[in-house]
Design a protein around this ligand. Structure first.
Ligand code: SF4
Ligand code: MG
Length: 334
């Protein structure tokens, strides 16, 4: 079957005074109907720029889509005009962000905002749209939805606001929900509730989810497949079980070795030494080489490309084939 979303060789670049920054540099991925794809990486890996590209929310200038296609239900959304894109966004294609306060309008009640989205896309009269907004608040487990619908965003807790965002995003039955760090700003208990809610709604509504996160714990709980991003590229693609069982890319291995404990500061996740590559840097070689404990001479002169390694598995590392059959990497190098 046709994937809901297929990204082919996407390049999203930004002009800067240090030269062009290749935030997303040749990303290809797909999301099948009803599945949850995790997109994992540190901040600066290009995962948010990928999701904003799909929503066509990259400001231009300084940004530009330098190359590639983004096929949503078979149509290249990079070729849609503004009106067609507006029609798609918040309708068949929806997005939720990390901090709902920035995407909710403080001067309108939450019921009015959800109703507005419904009126825009479903052409319902206001009273019917408002009634549907209350249904949506009920669907996302907001207590006393009739009363809450008349409240303003600041009257709700962070967890409630994220539920409102989800209600708004789902009010038009999207085929694909893009969720960019949807629970990062929330405390652990609320985070678990929101993830539960997303799982339930995915099952009930049958949408696909592209879940952007730095947290492999969330990937384990939520996702069917995962792509790992590093330096604007995908370095590994796998089903979740295979990735956790035997990561083929040293960066994935590093991420797995440093799955956050719930009591740790979310900004301190990665025990991998070194920092993300400078996206304005044009030098040859594997972008992960400066941080890779397995790097050898070839890694510094040649850039590994994402290649099929096994059924449904791809990796961009010269050692990936050997790691597949001999997961103990120390042996590979001996
Ligand atoms: Fe490490 Fe080399 Fe693989 Fe890059 S190609 S991840 S440097 S082993
Ligand atoms: Mg981000």
């Amino acid at each position: 079957s046709t994937p809901v979303l297929e990204i082919r060789n996407l390049k999203t670049y930004f002009a800067s005074d240090r030269g062009e920054v290749r935030a997303v540099d040749g990303v290809s991925l797909h999301v099948d109907a009803g599945e949850t794809l995790g997109v994992v990486g540190e901040s600066g890996s290009g995962k948010s720029v990928t999701s904003l590209s799909v929503m066509r929310l990259i400001a231009s200038p300084p940004g530009r889509y330098a190359d590639g296609e983004i096929l949503f239900e078979g149509r290249d959304i990079l070729k849609l005009d503004k009106a067609a894109m507006r029609d798609l966004r918040g309708n068949r294609l929806s997005m939720i962000f990390q901090e709902p306060m920035t995407s909710l309008n403080p001067v309108f009640t939450v019921g009015a905002q959800i109703a507005e989205a419904i009126m825009l896309h479903q052409h319902l009269p206001r009273p019917a749209a408002f009634a549907r907004a209350i249904d949506m608040l009920r669907l996302v487990n907001i207590p006393a939805p009739e009363r809450r619908a008349h409240e303003f965003p600041h009257q709700l807790s962070g967890g409630m606001r994220q539920r409102v965002m989800i209600a708004m995003a789902l009010s038009c039955n999207p085929k694909l929900l893009i969720a960019d760090e949807p629970t990062t700003a929330l405390d652990v208990t609320i985070q678990a509730q929101i993830l539960d809610l997303m799982r339930r709604l995915r099952a009930e509504l049958g949408m696909a989810i592209m879940l952007i996160t730095h947290d492999l714990g969330i990937v384990a709980e939520m996702c069917d497949r995962v792509v790992v991003m590093y330096g604007g590229r995908i370095v590994e693609e796998a089903d979740v079980i295979s990735l956790f069982d035997n990561p083929l890319h040293p960066y994935s291995e590093g991420l797995l070795a440093s799955i956050p404990r719930i009591d740790e500061d979310v900004e301190q996740l990665y025990a991998i030494e070194g920092s993300v590559p400078d996206p304005a840097d044009r030098s040859e070689g594997c972008a992960f080489a400066p941080r890779c404990r397995y790097a050898f001479e070839r890694c510094r002169s040649e850039t590994p490309v994402l290649s099929p390694i096994a059924d449904g598995r791809k990796a961009a590392c010269f050692l990936a084939g050997e790691r597949l059959t001999r997961p103990a990497v120390e042996q590979v190098l001996s």
